[in-house]
Design a binder for this molecule. Structure first.
Ligand code: CA
Ligand code: CA
Length: 240
């Protein structure tokens, strides 16, 4: 194979790595995590579901086992003393913040999700719900979502929940939330609430995975190959 042919093969192979990437739809419904019906468990500071890793920013604090909760039709008592949402399945809960005593130091709990395989992703939709616990006196009313793109840009939205929560059994506790095209090419998604001291809940996260995040490096590598190829070709062409 002569130099020109070798160079072209190398270039097209490199470009093919980038052009071959395609979006893959994913549903994260948390059913791949074993949680017995009627219970809630702490997965610790992180867990994996649907090829994604979920972690809490409370890791390293005295509250690190409180940041994440996986519940499956869990209910402490009959309404209105305790109302956990119902989705007929397992869902993820995130504590809004942890605090030392009633007026002590507070730690905002941010739950971050990212691809285990280092893939970028586009968030499409998810189901979200609140919790009401009468003994603590309040209803968590909003959730904030913050996406960080592969290129480092950030996108954020705070969503007011509908306040509809009737606890165990079929109901309308969870509401569907949709995300537009701006929520594409994400490297990570962070979820938190600065609202009332309580849990927010999500289930059925729909997204499309894309290129490996290191694909941006691959792209750079492809351009390096292009420059190298042009240099080699230039050396091959006799000077006038
Ligand atoms: Ca589920
Ligand atoms: Ca609701």
């Amino acid at each position: 194979m002569n130099l020109l042919k070798r160079t072209l093969v190398t270039l097209f192979t490199g470009l093919g790595v980038v052009a071959g990437a395609s979006a893959t739809p994913i549903l994260i419904d948390f059913e791949d995590v074993a949680v017995a019906t009627g219970t809630t468990v702490s997965p610790g500071i992180m867990f994996e579901s649907g090829g994604f890793r979920f972690s809490t920013s409370l890791a390293g604090t005295a509250f690190e086992s409180s940041g994440l909760a996986l519940s499956n039709d869990y209910s402490v008592g009959p309404p209105p003393s305790d109302l956990y949402p119902h989705s007929g399945s397992t869902y993820l809960g995130g504590l809004s913040f942890a605090r030392v005593g009633v007026f002590g130091v507070s730690y905002l709990n941010t739950v971050t999700m990212e691809s285990v395989d280092g893939l970028s992703f586009s968030l499409k939709s998810l189901d979200a719900a609140e919790t009401f616990i009468e003994v603590t006196g309040g209803l968590l009313r909003n959730i904030t979502f913050e996406g960080t793109t592969v290129s480092g840009n950030e996108i954020s939205t705070m969503i007011e929940l509908d306040g509809v929560l009737d606890g165990a059994g079929p109901g309308e506790d969870f509401e569907p939330l949709s995300f537009g095209a701006d929520w594409s090419n994400l490297a990570s998604l962070s979820i938190y609430s600065r609202d009332f001291f309580n849990f927010w809940h999500i289930d059925n996260i729909r997204l499309n995975t894309g290129e490996p995040i290191s694909g941006t490096v691959a792209s750079s590598g492809t351009f390096s190959l292009l420059i190298l190829g042009l240099m080699l070709l230039r050396r091959k062409i006799p000077a006038h």
